[in-house]
Design a protein. Structure first.
Length: 405
């Protein structure tokens, strides 16, 4: 049996410009998740520790950051657990590569051994006879790959070892979604590789699948790098066994990250007031929580609510708090004034426009909270919501009510 821990996309040194004062804390969370990954490897007494690219967020890192990472690899060296890592697209193996600037194996105490291996364009595999495995990991000296790193790889023709494991930082091709990615592979190429297991990096969410006889997986980032990665926070514990003639591969998720994600929908009709919303959200306060709140439903005319004020008041109690007001203004209640009055004509015209916009929103499909820009944008729904607001405000103004915008 061969047992390994698979991680990727640690992104040590990420700047987190979107987190403001929380950026330093999140960098420490990322390092802590890397430490927890090493802890898991030691506790499980695995044979191999794989890092599938982007250990560092960029090639520009202070020496102390590299030394911190190397100190964790040294723990594995001391336990005789072998590490193989490959550059990614953030710590790409170009002329300025961090792996050219620093001798990671030497800094980890593995100089002259096979206990720490950094694969590069000139060294695309490592045969570890003690583990009866060959690790294949082709990378390039440029961020954008000139060809698939799986091109012409067929482990079935390689008889040096029982196990053949792939280690790549690449995107599995998805039509119209990965066309612009820097390194792309296809499921057909994965199947043709005849690898026993393909350890992938690049996608920050955990995913496992099969292509032909090859099991492939993304470990995901061990700690969230961006605040919308709710499938981050894991590493993979992989066991490869051959009890008879048939090979078996078992992949288990293990949680190592601290960041939690929660999506919460609140009916605006039940809120009552802004202080009531603050009280509801304050009950969930957690410095490790990314809370994404959506206000839905029909909000009362009397509800005076500023989502910016609520975010500012509670923001420091969460890792990240985002409130999106997707509630809609009510349509007209009671008897509508005659159509030959200004108010009556206005109401009828606006309600016709709203009906048309909402019909367009239905044709665009269900609202899953993720638009083309990833922020929940939906032009048809937004237009309908704006028209409802215009109707509500116009009705109040034309009726002589005092309105605060």
């Amino acid at each position: 049996m061969l047992r390994l821990v698979h991680t990727a996309d640690v992104h040590l040194g990420a700047r987190h410009a979107d987190l403001g004062d929380q950026a330093v804390a999140q960098r420490e969370r990322q390092f802590a998740a890397f430490v927890a990954s090493v802890d898991l490897a030691l506790a499980e007494r695995v044979d191999l520790f794989l890092i599938a690219g982007d250990l560092f967020d960029s090639n520009v890192q202070p020496r102390r950051s590299v030394e911190r990472a190397a100190s964790q690899l040294r723990r594995l060296v001391e336990a005789r657990i072998r590490t193989v890592l490959i550059p990614g697209t953030h710590d790409v193996y170009d002329r300025a590569s961090i792996y050219r600037t620093y001798d990671i194996p030497a800094m980890s105490g593995a100089l002259g051994t096979d206990l720490v291996t950094v694969l590069d364009p000139d060294h695309t595999e490592i045969h570890l006879p003690a583990l009866d495995v060959v690790v294949h990991g082709r990378c390039f000296a440029t961020k954008r790959a000139p060809e698939s790193p799986l091109l012409n790889l067929d482990a079935a023709t390689d008889h040096r070892a029982t196990w053949h494991v792939g280690l790549l930082h690449a995107a599995v091709a998805i039509p119209d979604r990965t066309d612009g990615d820097d390194v792309v592979i296809t499921v057909e190429q994965i199947a043709a590789s005849h690898l026993d297991y393909l350890a992938l990096g690049h996608w920050h969410s955990t995913l496992k699948d099969r292509a032909g006889d090859t099991i492939y997986a993304y470990s995901g980032a061990p700690e969230a790098v961006a605040m919308d990665q709710d499938r981050a926070g894991n590493v993979l514990l992989v066991s490869l066994d051959k009890p008879g003639e048939t090979k078996q591969v078992d992949v288990q998720e293990r949680k190592v990250g601290r960041t939690r994600f929660e999506r919460l929908e609140l009916d605006a009709a039940t809120l009552g007031s802004q202080p009531a919303l603050v009280e509801t959200l304050a009950a969930k306060a957690d410095p490790d929580l990314v809370l994404d709140v959506q206000l839905i439903g029909v909000r009362p005319d009397v509800l005076d609510l500023s989502t910016d004020e609520v975010e500012n008041e509670l923001g420091e109690r969460f890792l990240k708090l985002r409130i999106r007001d997707r509630s809609i203004a009510p349509l007209t209640d009671g008897t509508v004034p005659l159509p030959d009055t200004v108010l009556g004509a206005f109401i009828r015209d606006m309600e016709a426009q709203i009906a048309e916009a909402e019909a367009g929103a239905l044709e665009s499909g269900p609202d899953d909270g993720v638009g083309a820009a990833g922020d929940g944008a939906d032009p048809a729904r937004d237009a309908a919501a704006e028209l409802r607001d215009a109707l509500r405000l116009g009705r109040l103004l034309l009726a002589g009510e005092e309105v605060t915008l």
